[in-house]
Design a protein. Structure first.
Length: 210
């Protein structure tokens, strides 16, 4: 496969979509692609499926507070297949690519059935963790006018977390347990490393606000 040729086309397609979402912009896509390639090499996954699925997994964006949020990955899969057909990508891989895209989403709750889908899901979830995951969490929270933390219990010690209330709650509703959902050994190892960093961040946050 002539990957520079294909990846240039994928990037241009996404640029033309012009998504106004800092947490799911082209920088996010490039990071996911990079992680997906790394995980694919370690897991012996087929790059002919992994690379286009990683590039196009967020080609349709639905805001997190939209009632259609859980449908976003299915919509992205349909859009991606139509686009790949239009540029004559090898047709025999389209079903596998569509599944990998549809199954990547946390909210869709679609179990990944192939190693390629597991790689893409892990690559996307890794980007919610570590330093970049922290940055994305507060970027989304700010865009949705959420508080950074909720007093008098910012770390959800005496109340159930509610991430519609404050960005810090998102660590407890999702992020700190995300490593347990990883589908590959490579993804799980990296997720644990990044989760440790996030726990250190929370400890420092506690030192500064309590």
């Amino acid at each position: 496969m002539d990957w520079p040729h294909w990846e240039t086309q994928f990037a241009q397609f996404l640029i033309e979509q012009a998504h106004n979402d800092a947490a799911h912009d082209l920088h996010h896509i490039r990071r996911v692609v990079r992680s997906a390639k790394q995980f694919a090499a370690l897991e012996q996954a087929n790059l002919v499926v992994v690379i286009p699925a990683a590039w196009l997994h967020d080609c349709v964006i639905v805001l997190k507070d939209s009632p259609l949020r859980s449908q976003a990955s299915r919509m992205a899969a349909e859009t991606a297949v139509a686009y790949l057909q239009s540029i004559h990508y090898p047709v025999q891989h389209l079903d596998a690519i569509a599944h990998a895209i549809a199954a990547h989403s946390f909210s869709a709750q679609i179990p990944p059935q192939t190693i390629e889908a597991r790689v893409v899901q892990d690559a996307d979830r890794i980007d919610a963790l570590g330093a970049i995951g922290i940055a994305r969490t507060f970027s989304v929270g700010g865009a949705m006018s959420r508080a950074i933390y909720h007093e008098p219990d910012p770390f959800c010690e005496q109340r159930p977390p509610e991430d519609r209330l404050a960005s810090l709650d998102h660590f407890y509703t999702k992020l700190l347990t995300l490593a347990d959902t990883m589908q590959t050994a490579a993804g799980h190892q990296e997720a644990q490393r990044r989760t440790t960093f996030m726990q250190q961040f929370l400890a420092q946050m506690a030192n500064e606000i309590l």
